[in-house]
Design a protein around this ligand. Structure first.
Ligand code: F6P
Length: 365
């Protein structure tokens, strides 16, 4: 039987649990209900620029709902508008967007489905404005996308981070130490806030609330005096002291977001030891938060978003991302998504709840 159209799908940016679940949802519904041919683009926009793609059959996307990563591969450096390649040993940046656009046109697709975070979806918005029919699907462990209350990958990351805190608690208690766990999230403190609350962290430090090191040291000493001879601190990689700077681990020049945070936990640990005399250890959770199987919540969310994306393709709602608002599926203009990141509001209900149960957020005791 001949197909009634063709779509392509790509995953861009950092991987996260749930991408395969969403690829499966899009492809299965597109094939089953709309008789569409589905093309999987390899390694995000790299596959568009380099013409690397393959047909995805129903069997190809069967049995992948629980798999972490992405069967298509991804890239957080391939940006058609700032494409970086090595030429004569030098990194060269060029605009290859017209090649990318011509390649999508050659593919003959009715729609390009872009699964990504703010970088990938901002690029998607630019491609859309140049005439490529696009539907976006939000993904990121950071949960920092505008236009959606939640992204898949976030719950899985919080699950891993919460387990990390649970494990650190017993060793912190036994050794009467301060244990610091540094989590990802870039400029947004969602992972630290949610895992810190779920794991009962004594202090939660997020980028949105610059911390006062004296407040933290006081809190540690207070706990020690009151008989709690250990403290658990969850710090977001993007957090910084009131009078300090963000701690940068490396610069990835070719990336859409070149700064890689990392190391604030060690800076903080050294300062706490100096001010309190209490032994302090730091654990950086790193990419463990991005690997492994998606939680049931993320699998369900990915399935809801993926199937809704196909409805949007069907009615030609191009230039939009599917999002979640108050647990309902919504269509959000890519233009709105591209406006910036969604950080934790200072009056977020969970910020208030954390304070209410006595958790120190680093700004006051
Ligand atoms: O955006 C997802 C994320 O995991 C951030 O939380 C983190 O800062 C960054 O990506 C790490 O990127 P990379 O995988 O390039 O080290």
């Amino acid at each position: 039987m001949s197909t009634e159209g063709r779509i392509a799908i790509l995953s861009g940016g950092g991987d996260c649990p749930g991408i395969n679940a969403v690829i499966r949802a899009v492809a299965k519904k597109a094939i089953l209900e709309h008789n569409l041919e589905v093309i999987g683009v390899e390694d995000g926009y790299e596959g568009i620029i380099r013409n690397r793609h393959r047909k995805l059959s129903f069997a190809d996307v069967s049995g992948i709902i629980s798999m972490g990563g992405t069967i298509l591969g991804t890239s957080n450096t391939a940006n058609p508008y700032r494409y970086t390649s090595l030429k004569n040993g030098q990194l060269e940046i060029e605009d290859v967007s017209q090649i990318a656009i011509a390649n999508v046109k050659k593919l003959g697709v009715d729609c390009l489905v872009c699964i990504g975070g703010d970088g990938t979806l901002s690029i998607a918005n630019s491609l859309f404005k140049e005439g490529i029919p696009i539907v976006g699907i939000p993904k990121t462990i950071d949960n920092d996308l505008r236009g959606t209350d939640v992204t898949f990958g976030f719950d899985s990351a919080v699950f891993v981070a919460t387990e990390g805190i649970d494990r650190l608690r017993t060793t912190a208690q036994s050794h009467h130490r301060v244990m610091i766990m540094e989590v990802m999230g870039r400029n947004a403190g969602w992972i630290a806030l949610h895992s810190g609350v779920a794991g009962g962290g004594d202090m939660i430090l997020i980028p949105e609330i610059p911390y006062n090191i004296n407040v933290i040291a006081e809190q540690v000493k207070e706990r020690s005096k009151s008989g709690k001879r250990f403290s658990l601190i969850v710090v977001s990689e993007g957090a910084r002291a009131k009078d300090g700077n963000i701690v940068v681990q490396r610069i990835v020049k070719e990336s859409t977001d070149p700064i890689r945070y990392g190391g604030v936990g060690f800076v903080l640990g050294a300062k706490i030891e100096e001010l309190t005399g209490i032994e302090t250890r730091t654990v950086v959770l790193g990419h463990l938060q991005r690997g492994g199987v998606p939680t049931p919540f993320d699998r369900v969310l990915a399935t809801r978003l993926g199937t809704k994306a196909v409805d949007m393709i069907d009615k030609k709602a191009y230039g939009y991302m599917v999002g979640i608002s108050c647990n309902s599926l919504v269509e959000v203009p890519l233009e709105e998504v591209a406006k910036g990141q969604r950080t934790v509001p200072l009056n977020d209900p969970l910020v208030r709840a954390a304070r209410s149960v006595g958790t120190c957020l680093g700004d006051c005791l």
